[in-house]
Design a protein. Structure first.
Length: 206
């Protein structure tokens, strides 16, 4: 039998076996999501961000609140990334426009929802609380440019992300303490002239 004929039959046989699978693979995959006429967002966020949903779905009251928002319908992740936060930041979802609107999703700041009112409003204490020791930590994190606002500080403490810290502190504290004998015989102390000397540098990871 002609070799070319045999080769043609072989190619045809392979084609008959592979072509249906190819058609099945690509069938119904060209029905596009309509996000232009559906500004609430028709694209399932989990299609690309399933890892994020897995993280926030871990057991815990706070995570449960975020997971409930993410899995709610309609809206889902839009509750923070396309509706609430942008409104508070003075921008809105719509046609693409640099500096004014966004096409898919905004990166909100934690305090968009957690302050100054609403759920978690006490988070604002870390921003401007007069007695809050972490205020400097938060305010300095806003200068990093890594994440929006002070989100680095929020994520550093409130998630399981690793944190490496280099601490620089004094090794010795010096002050004067002077005893006084009062007229009634009691004693009191005047403590002043505090100073710190020496430098200790420690790196912690957690």
């Amino acid at each position: 039998m002609n070799k070319k004929l045999l080769l043609g039959i072989a190619v045809l046989a392979i084609g008959l076996g592979v072509l249906p699978q190819t058609l099945a693979l690509f069938s119904n995959q060209h029905n596009f999501y309509d996000t232009i006429n559906n500004p609430t967002g028709a694209v399932p966020c989990l299609k690309c961000h399933s890892d994020i949903f897995t993280e926030i779905s871990q057991p815990g009251a706070v995570n449960s609140a975020h997971a409930a928002l993410a899995s709610s319908s309609p809206g889902g992740c839009d509750a923070c990334h396309a509706t609430v936060a942008p409104a508070k930041e003075g921008i809105s979802r719509g046609a693409p426009g640099p500096g004014v609107t966004f096409h898919a999703a905004a990166a909100p700041m934690c305090i968009d929802c957690h302050g100054p009112t609403g759920p978690g409003a006490n988070a604002m204490n870390i921003v401007n609380g007069p007695n809050e020791v972490h205020t400097t930590f938060y305010n300095e994190s806003t200068k990093s440019g890594f994440l929006r606002g002070g989100n680095e500080a929020c994520i550093g403490c409130h998630t399981h992300v690793g944190v490496n810290i280099t601490w620089q502190r004094a090794t010795t504290l010096t002050f004067n303490s002077t005893e006084q004998v009062l007229p009634d015989g009691n004693h009191s102390w005047i403590v002043n002239n505090f100073s710190a000397t020496g430098t200790n540098i420690t790196t912690t990871s957690g």
